[in-house]
Design a protein around this ligand. Structure first.
Ligand code: ATP
Ligand code: MG
Length: 227
């Protein structure tokens, strides 16, 4: 039961969207996912509560509010979540804070979403420094988000190059797609959005599946090293 924290101290980089996409694709494979919402904005909790209110909870995804816990108690919440789920995701807040650092300490893996902008890159450096200081040896990758599928500016491509040379990155880019936005707009998983015909989902699902597969492969590699 791997625990994956989505961390990035820059707001709006795509943490919650990525959390939803990964939870969607893992649950679509029949897996049981618990999401710990460690962000006081409670985006994931609101998504889940709206589903409960409409009797639409049954997807294999449960969301637990971890935002009101003391920072030091997030580890216990992770432990409890691991008992019930085959994947635990922690959606963290868009600030630099101890709750995220402690969650990462108790995780097997961290994903750091970042847009191709200098402002995001600065916060990506901050997040990776936090990981290096507080979670020595933790596996992480940076995921470039909210990019156009085709036309990209020279400046964006240069920032991408800097990110890829400084950090381990995913081959996938999380393009700006209606399907990703539809998950929060309609309180749905990606496959529900697809089934309801609310947005074109093939590309979004392939990206989410690719990111999920890379995380699971990386974790398998770790198990091999640790025997
Ligand atoms: N790949 C994407 N395609 C389309 N829209 C996206 C994508 N990623 C994020 N967005 C949109 O950008 C906004 C910010 O994304 P999101 O809420 O996921 O970021 P966040 O990192 O969780 O923010 P915060 O730090 O405030 O928690 C949202 O309106 C979301 O719908
Ligand atoms: Mg968020």
């Amino acid at each position: 039961m791997p625990v994956v924290t989505i961390a990035q101290s820059k707001g709006g980089a795509g943490k919650t969207t990525l959390t939803l996409a990964l939870a969607s694709e893992y649950a679509a494979l029949g897996g049981i996912v618990t999401v710990l919402d460690a962000d006081r904005q409670n985006s994931m909790v609101n998504w889940y509560n709206d589903r409960l209110a409409e009797d639409r909870a049954g997807t294999g995804i449960t969301v637990v509010d971890a935002s009101q816990l003391r920072d030091v108690d997030i580890g216990n919440a992770i432990k409890r979540a691991k008992a019930d789920a085959s994947l635990v995701l922690v959606d963290s807040e868009g600030t630099s804070n101890f709750k995220t650092a402690y969650a990462a300490q108790d995780s097997d893996y961290v994903v750091v979403p970042t847009r191709s902008s200098r402002l995001d890159l600065e916060r990506t450096v901050e997040t990776s420094e936090m990981l290096a200081r507080m979670c020595k040896g933790i596996q992480f990758r940076v995921l470039i988000t909210q990019t156009g599928q085709v036309a990209r500016s020279k400046a964006e491509l240069e920032i991408d190059r800097q990110i890829s040379s400084a950090f381990p990155t995913f081959d996938e880019r999380m393009h700006t797609l209606d399907a990703f936005r539809a998950m929060s707009n309609y309180r749905m998983t990606l496959n529900e959005v697809q089934q309801a015909g609310l947005a074109k989902c093939e590309r979004a699902r392939a990206i989410a599946q690719g990111v999920l597969a890379t995380i699971l492969e990386d974790l398998k590699g770790k198990d091999r090293v640790n025997g």
